[in-house]
Design a protein around this ligand. Structure first.
Ligand code: SUG
Length: 456
């Protein structure tokens, strides 16, 4: 093997979003049944934050690389001005609290905590120019999520700021044809993180095609055209790329992102039988390409509807577990606590562990505040594969250590409320509290001025 072919030492780093100080239940995500059910219930932003931090601390204590993705500043007054609201901030908030709680909740949403939707990332081992590529998701399907890209662009560039190693693309055009929800619909298979991999894109609709099998009730949030454009921008080899279509029935059952029904990592794909259209041909293409380019067998762990119905999968969020590689090489599922309480899911998990496959352990995490809005463990993280050299070039202040964990817990307890109703969003005090919290966060993380309100 020449030096050029030798795989780099590389790591999967989880960049986790954290709940912002205005985490609330707006009932804003049509097609996401948890969000639809939780609408208007009382949230606990502090508890939401502590749950996110605890999950990160667990992963870091397992020896995995873990970093923090800072929350966005809310409410988005730029958007409110664009929509014709004017006058003092206080007046706008009071007006919205009285006349348009839904818009107020949207502009105050902390949905950026689901970092799996922030961007699609392809590591240098897969791209023809040897750089790591980032495309922030445009998230145009839902108004409150469409507010996220401008800050996502800024923060990704701030964290990964070496232009010789990282390429940052603009989000795709703001058209339904290019609706893109980022890494929630993207998985990478590889023998080791530094070697070339197979990138797997899952989409819900093909807009430029007539008469396709779209879901009947809920929207398909990712289009083929978007996934295809991302693969092209990232300079991926078509021979090492696989596209699959989500089964429209699962979208109608509440699977608004593919990561609600399947998860993959390294040489394992864990999925529900109903996840994909033309499942047999998708799986055989994945297996064939993995064998050819990664010289290994792709291990398929399939759960059939007899063992877990679609409804049970959506209810428990089993497939929104994180599938991580432990330092000893085995795989571990980081599953939502809800899975531990469901006997049918427990049976599936016990069976998987008893079988001959890389998954040898399951750890349960309580992220209930996020789950109530449809965000399980896997939604909360953006995976970025980084080589030693790239890690060194990444902003260091966001990597979780015991010390940083402690500081963040204290920071949250000092600044976050433990109860928030939609009506409270009209309270101008909340606006000042959140700005103060975020300003102090940038100091804890050593990020400098990243928020608009910090600009002179
Ligand atoms: O886009 N929920 C998010 C949940 C995103 C989960 N992410 C992944 N599956 N990767 C969404 O539906 C609810 C907000 C509210 O209703 O207040 C929300 O946006």
């Amino acid at each position: 093997m020449t030096d050029f072919q030798r795989p780099d030492t590389a790591y999967e780093v989880n960049f986790d979003g954290i709940a912002g100080p205005t985490h609330n239940y707006g009932g804003l995500a049509y097609g996401n049944t948890a969000s639809m059910k939780s609408g208007a219930s009382v949230s606990n932003p502090q508890e939401a934050l502590l749950q996110c931090l605890k999950k990160m601390d667990l992963l870091a204590s397992l020896g995995l690389k873990q970093a923090v993705f800072p929350p966005q500043n809310r409410p988005d007054f730029h958007m409110l001005h664009r929509l014709g609201y004017s006058g003092s901030e206080r007046k706008i908030l009071e007006d919205l609290a009285e006349n348009d709680l839904r818009l107020l909740a949207g502009c105050y949403s902390s949905s950026n905590m689901w970092a799996a939707n922030a961007a699609t990332v392809s590591p240098r081992a897969d791209t023809s120019d040897g750089r790591t590529h980032f495309t922030p998701a445009n998230l145009i399907n839902l108004f409150h999520r469409s507010l996220e890209p401008p800050f996502t662009i800024r923060i990704l560039r701030r964290i990964f700021n070496d232009e010789s190693k990282f390429t940052h693309h603009m989000p795709l055009p703001e058209s339904l044809n290019y609706s893109d929800e980022g890494a929630a619909n993207h998985t990478r298979f590889c023998p080791s993180y530094g070697s070339t991999g197979i990138e797997f894109f899952v989409y819900g609709s093909k807009n430029f095609e007539e008469g396709d099998g779209r879901p009947l009730t809920f929207p398909a949030r990712q289009t083929f055209e978007a996934s295809d454009a991302v693969a092209r921008l990232h300079k991926l080899d078509p021979d090492k790329t696989v596209f699959a279509r989500q089964n429209p029935e699962v979208i109608d059952a509440g699977v608004f992102h593919n990561d609600v029904i399947s998860v993959g990592n390294r040489n394992v794909l864990f999925f529900h039988s109903q996840a994909f259209c033309d499942s047999d041909s998708v799986l055989s293409e994945l297996k064939r390409k993995f064998a050819q380019h990664c010289q290994d067998d792709l291990i398929l762990i399939e759960v059939s509807p007899e063992h877990l119905s679609l409804a049970e999968a959506v209810e428990s969020y089993l497939f929104n577990s994180q599938l991580v590689s432990m330092p000893d090489g085995t795989a571990c599922l980081i599953a939502p606590a809800e899975c531990q309480e469901n006997m049918r899911v427990k049976e599936v998990l016990d069976f998987i562990i008893s079988q001959d496959n890389p998954v040898e352990s399951v750890l349960f995490v309580d992220v209930r505040e996020s789950m109530k809005n449809g965000g399980g463990p896997a939604c909360l993280r953006l995976r970025v594969v980084l080589t030693d050299e790239e890690l060194y070039q990444t902003h260091q202040g966001i990597f979780l250590s015991k010390q940083l964990y402690k500081e963040l817990v204290e920071w949250g307890k000092r600044h976050y409320r433990d109860r928030l109703r939609l009506e409270d969003l009209g309270d101008p005090q909340l606006l000042y509290e959140s700005r103060y919290a975020l300003d102090s966060l940038t100091q804890v993380l050593g990020l400098g001025s990243i928020y608009d309100f910090q600009q002179p």
